[in-house]
Design a protein around this ligand. Sequence first.
Ligand code: HEC
Length: 139
Amino acid sequence: MKRALLSIALVSVAALGIGIVGTRPAVAQREGPAPKSTWTTETPKSQGEPRGYVQYQDYCAVCHGAGVGKPGTIALQQKYKGTEPALLADRTDLTPQLIKTYVRNGISVMPFFRKTEISDADLDAIAAYLTRNNKRATR
Ligand code: HEC
């Protein structure tokens, strides 16, 4: 009797193990990265944000974001000394032309980005985001 109980217990432990292992791929699939698209207005992290916000976070915020040790923010802080915000996202004077020139050509430690890295459509979106507060910028 004891032995029968023991083997039932073993079988259920094994079944549990298989069950857990069996569900893993499904969980991994659900937690995978959100699909990337050019006009990402549907992804949760862009909800309520203007077009280009996600692309800006993906490509630029690593250097131009807030917080310590961001080379873009530090360089612009030194360049403008408070006359313009150090954060690109807070600027009101940027134009699409200026942004595209910097992104395609780079400057100092900022690399240039090829069209295979940031497509024209993505760059348009980034420019739209960064010029959203510039009333005079032409698009
Ligand atoms: C590796 C870090 C890095 C990345 C990534 C980066 N930048 Fe920069 N960026 C810089 C630095 C540093 C400067 C300041 C260069 C200088 O003037 O000395 C700068 C300058 C600029 C300027 C000029 C601003 C001004 O008023 O002079 C613009 C516009 C700009 N970046 C846009 C972008 C955009 C848009 C992206 C994303 C597509 C981006 N950058 C990605 C580091 C970076």
